[in-house]
Design a protein around this ligand. Structure first.
Ligand code: ADP
Ligand code: ADP
Length: 234
């Protein structure tokens, strides 16, 4: 089933004095449940704008967006925030972990906001950390972990609310290439366990580890290809 489905999606930024930037010019994109997709494209092509729309951080100027079968393109900010917290697990280039909190506490935080009872929170946070191979380090703080380990904790945090999609913005951008490949392999494992993963990357070598690559150019989808890895699994 279609988990991300857009129809003629436009985003226009008003720059004042009648100047406008058309960041997206009619994006049509279908991503099915349980896909592993990399989004690529030159700087300024509209990738961040598209990620902001997919992640329900912003609304389109025109067009339709269904997230998990719900039409979200017309929702107001409060409704959008509710959907976002339920449906999307975010992963960032800079990890965005709380420096003073342990891995376990960082992963537990989204569950505190979601009102999950304490006993259940710990169990779920531990499960999530175990999934990403960070069980043995759950009591460490970010500064006691390597970059790759920090990103694993951030991925555990993104998973803990059981979102429909993991949405990652340059998740390997701050990692050396070997560690970046390990993070891509972790996403592969999570995909095989039923998760849906959408990420942005600048790096071709990294995108090849996904199962499909969507290229954005001048605010539209210019190419959409299954990778060798994706073909080998089909
Ligand atoms: P990418 O992520 O591929 O670099 P962006 O989505 O950031 O592309 O930008 C697409 C276009 O929209 C660029 O011309 C950029 O300058 C413009 N843009 C992005 N965000 C804004 C904004 N908040 N206000 C005005 N223009 C923006
Ligand atoms: P990225 O490196 O992810 O493509 P950018 O450098 O394009 O990010 O943009 C960083 C932030 O600045 C984003 O939130 C984007 O929406 C905003 N932005 C990008 N271009 C402009 C612009 N021309 N005017 C105002 N904001 C912009």
């Amino acid at each position: 089933s279609c988990i991300i489905c857009t129809e003629d999606l436009w985003k226009t930024y008003d720059m004042g004095s009648e100047q406008q930037v058309h960041a997206l010019r009619g994006v049509n994109l279908r991503i099915e449940r349980n896909e592993y997709v990399a989004i690529m494209g030159p700087s300024g092509s509209g990738k961040s704008t598209l990620m902001n729309l997919i992640g329900c951080l912003d609304t389109p100027s025109k067009g339709l967006y269904w997230l998990n079968s719900q039409l979200v393109s017309e929702l107001d900010d409060d409704e959008l925030a509710r959907i976002r917290n339920k449906e999307i697990g975010f992963v960032f280039q800079t990890f965005n972990l709380l420096a003073r909190a342990t891995a376990l506490h960082n992963v537990e935080l989204p569950l505190i906001y979601a009102g999950v009872p304490a006993s259940e929170r710990i169990e779920r946070a531990k499960d999530s950390l175990t999934k990403v191979g960070m069980g043995p380090r759950m009591h460490h703080k970010p500064n006691e972990l390597s970059g790759g380990q920090r990103q694993r904790v951030a991925i555990a945090r993104a998973l803990v609310n059981r979102p429909s999609i993991i949405l990652a913005d340059e998740p390997t951008g701050n990692l050396d290439s070997q560690t970046g490949v390990e993070i891509m392999a972790l996403f592969d494992t999570l995909q095989s366990q039923g998760n849906t993963i959408v990420l942005v990357t600048h790096e071709h070598d990294i995108a090849e580890y996904a199962h499909r690559v969507v290229y954005i150019k001048d605010g539209v989808v210019s190419r959409d290809e299954v990778t060798e890895r994706g073909a080998s699994l089909a």
